[in-house]
Design a protein around this ligand. Structure first.
Ligand SMILES: O=C1O[C@H](COP(=O)(O)O)[C@@H](O)[C@H](O)[C@H]1O
Length: 236
C-alpha cells in the first residue's frame, strides 16, 4: 500500500509507475497489455501521463489497451469510460487504434450479452489471458470494474466477460471482465482517492466477503498494490 498526500500527487505517481511498468513489459515480451478503469482518477492519470517527459520511453504503438469494464452506451457517449479516458489524453499518446480494444455498445451489438461475448473473444484472440497491469478504481460501495458487491454478475465463472444489468450505479447496463479474468493479471493496482472511499479501502484491504467488497476478491498474480491518497487511507 502506498499513500500520497493528495489526489494530484497520487495521479502523478500512478502515471510515473505506469510508464515504468509499460517499459518493463515491452522489454519482457514486446507488446504490453494494460487494462484501464473509469472513474475520475482513472481519467486523471492520463492527464498526468501527458505531462511526463518519460512517457516517450514507452513505445505506445506496442501497447494493447483494454478496459476492465464499460458502460453499455453508444460509441462516443460522454459517460463511457473509454471516452472519458480519451478526453483526458489517452488518445494523444500515439496508440495503434487496432490495439485499443473498446467494448461494443448498443450501436454496435445486439445486447450487452453479445457485447460481452465479442469482448471475451477479442481478449482470447489477443492472448491477453495475462494483463501486465490491471488498473482498477474502487467505488464507495466496494465495486471494481462493473462487479458490484452482492450482484449476481460476481458469480460468473468460466467466462472472461459478463453482461451486467440493474447496476446499482447508473447506467444500469454494463459489460465487465469477470473476477477470473481480472485475476489473470501480473499486477493489479487499486487506485483510490477521496474520503468517501475510505470504508471501501478498509474493507478491501481486510479481505471482506463478496457481499461487502468486490475489490477484496481480486489479487494480482505477482503483485497487488493499493495506491491511495491520504483521505482514502483514513480508516486504515
Ligand atoms: O462505474 C464505475 O465506477 C468505478 C469507480 O468510479 P469513481 O468515480 O467512484 O472513481 C470505475 O472504476 C469503473 O470503471 C466504472 O465503470
Amino acid at each position: 500500500m502506498l499513500v500520497h498526500p493528495g489526489k494530484q500527487e497520487l495521479s502523478d505517481a500512478i502515471a510515473a509507475r505506469l510508464v515504468t511498468a509499460l517499459v518493463d513489459a515491452q522489454a519482457r515480451h514486446d507488446v504490453a497489455q494494460v487494462s484501464l478503469t473509469g472513474g475520475s482518477l482513472g481519467s486523471d492519470l492520463w492527464r498526468s501521463v501527458a505531462t511526463l517527459a518519460a512517457r516517450s520511453a514507452v513505445d505506445w504503438s506496442r501497447v494493447e489497451v483494454w478496459w476492465g469494464d464499460e458502460r453499455y452506451l453508444p460509441a462516443g457517449d460522454p459517460d463511457r469510460n473509454d471516452v472519458q479516458n480519451d478526453e483526458a489524453g489517452l488518445d494523444t499518446l500515439g496508440l495503434d487504434p487496432a490495439k485499443v480494444h473498446r467494448v461494443a455498445g448498443p450501436d454496435a451489438s445486439d445486447s450487452a450479452e453479445a457485447s460481452a461475448t465479442a469482448y471475451a473473444s477479442e481478449v482470447r484472440a489477443c492472448g491477453a489471458g495475462g494483463f501486465d497491469v490491471m488498473i482498477l478504481g474502487v467505488g464507495p460501495d466496494g465495486h471494481v470494474a462493473s462487479l458490484f458487491p452482492g450482484h449476481p454478475a460476481q458469480q460468473a465463472t468460466g467466462a472472461i466477460a459478463v453482461a451486467v444489468h440493474d447496476s446499482p450505479k447508473p447506467p444500469p447496463d454494463r459489460v465487465s471482465l469477470t473476477f477470473e479474468a481480472l485475476r489473470r493479471s501480473r499486477e493489479v493496482w487499486f487506485v483510490v482517492a477521496g474520503a468517501d472511499k475510505a470504508e471501501a479501502v478498509a474493507n478491501g484491504l481486510r479481505g471482506a466477503g463478496p457481499d461487502v467488497s468486490s475489490a477484496a476478491q481480486v489479487q494480482g498474480e505477482q503483485r497487488t498494490l493499493w495506491l491511495l491518497d491520504r483521505d482514502a487511507a483514513a480508516q486504515l
